[in-house]
Write a protein that binds this ligand. Structure first.
Ligand code: LHQ
Length: 260
C-alpha cells in the first residue's frame, strides 16, 4: 500500500501511517489504505492491532493540501468527506473485536489526535504531544473528538483543549487520564511490542466483550448495563478460552488462550 505499512504476524496486526514528509497527514489514499488494512486484519484474525506513525510524528490530521477533502475556493461538503472517511475509520477501530493500541510519538494533531484517542490503549513517548488543532482552522474536533475528550478528561479540560488548540504534552496527557501510559522515548517501541504480545496471547473474545460493554455503557443505566454484562458473560462462559483459563488455574500452569 502506498500510504501505510501493514503486517500481520503471530496475531499482531501493525499499521504504520507512512507519509512522513507530511507528518502522516490523512489524505484520500490513506483512508482507502487504512480501510483495506483494517479489513485485512479482521479477516486474518488479528488479536491485537497496533497503529503508529513513521518519521517524526504520529499524524498531523487531515492533509490540508488534499483538494478532495479541503476546499480550494469552491464550497465543499465536509460532512460528506467525514461520512466517507473519518467516521467509518473510527467506527471500524471501535468495532474491531480485539484491542487497538496507538503508539504515539511526536505530534498527534487534529484528526490525528482524535484517531489516536479512538484507539483502546494509547501509549505515548514523553516527547509526544496532542493538539486539538481544529479551532485554529475554523473547525470543531471531529473523528469522535467531542465524544472522547470529555469522557476521558472531563468537560473543563476538554473545552480548554478544544477551544484553545493548546499543545498538551504526553506526561500531562497521562496525568489527566487522556491516555493509558507515557514512557521514555527510548522505551516506546519495546513497551508497545511487549503489550501487543501480551494482548495477542490473551483471551481475545473476553477483551472484545470488555470493549463492547465499556464503550456501550455511556448510553445505559446501571440496571441495563448489569443485563449487558450478564449476556456477554453468558457467551464467554461457553468459550474455549474460559475453559482453558479455569483449567490452567487449577493445574497451576500458564494458560494457552487461542482467542476462541
Ligand atoms: C502538513 C500537515 C497537514 C498537510 C504538517 N497537512 N501538510 C479537516 C478538514 C477536512 C475534513 C475533515 O477533517 C478535518 C480534521 C482535521 O484534522 S483538522 C486539523 C488538520 N491539521 C492541522 O491543522 C495541523 C496542521 N499542522 C500543524 O499545525 C503543524 O504542522 C504541526 C503542529 C502538526 C507540526 O508542526 P512542526 O513540527 O513545526 O512541523 P511543520 O509544520 O514544519 O510540518 C512539517 C511538514 O509537514 C511541512 O511541510 P514542508 O514541505 O514545509 O516540510 C508541513 O506543511 C507538513 N504538514 N501538517 N495537516
Amino acid at each position: 500500500m502506498e500510504t501505510i505499512l501493514y503486517s500481520l504476524a503471530d496475531g499482531m496486526a501493525r499499521i504504520t501511517l507512512n507519509r512522513p514528509d507530511k507528518l502522516n497527514a490523512f489524505n484520500t489514499a490513506m483512508h482507502a489504505d487504512l480501510r483495506s488494512a483494517i479489513t485485512e486484519a479482521r479477516r486474518g484474525g488479528a488479536r491485537v492491532l497496533v497503529l503508529a506513525g513513521a518519521g517524526r510524528a504520529f499524524s498531523s490530521g487531515q492533509d490540508l493540501g488534499d483538494r478532495a477533502a479541503v476546499p480550494d475556493g469552491a464550497p465543499l461538503d465536509l460532512g460528506a468527506t467525514i461520512d466517507a472517511t473519518y467516521n467509518p475509520l473510527v467506527r471500524s477501530l471501535r468495532e474491531l473485536p480485539c484491542p487497538v493500541i496507538a503508539a504515539v510519538h511526536g505530534v498527534a494533531a487534529g484528526a490525528g489526535a482524535s484517531v489516536a484517542l479512538a484507539c483502546d490503549l494509547v501509549i505515548a513517548a514523553k516527547s509526544a504531544s496532542f493538539i486539538q488543532a481544529f479551532s485554529k482552522i475554523g473547525l470543531l474536533p471531529d473523528s469522535g473528538g467531542t465524544w472522547n475528550l470529555p469522557r476521558l478528561v472531563g468537560t473543563a479540560r476538554a473545552l480548554g483543549l478544544a477551544l484553545t488548540g493548546e499543545r498538551l504534552g504526553a506526561e500531562q496527557a497521562a496525568a489527566w487520564g487522556l491516555i493509558w501510559r507515557c514512557v521514555d522515548d527510548s522505551e516506546l517501541a519495546s513497551t508497545v511490542d511487549e503489550l501487543a504480545r501480551q494482548l495477542a496471547a490473551a483471551p481475545t473474545r473476553a477483551l472484545a466483550s470488555t470493549k463492547e460493554a465499556l464503550y456501550g455503557s455511556w448510553q445505559r443505566t446501571l440496571s441495563e448495563q448489569l443485563d449487558v454484562e450478564r449476556d456477554l458473560q453468558r457467551e464467554l462462559g461457553l468459550s474455549a478460552d474460559f475453559r482453558e483459563g479455569i483449567a490452567a488455574f487449577l493445574e497451576k500452569r500458564a494458560p494457552r488462550f487461542t482467542g476462541r
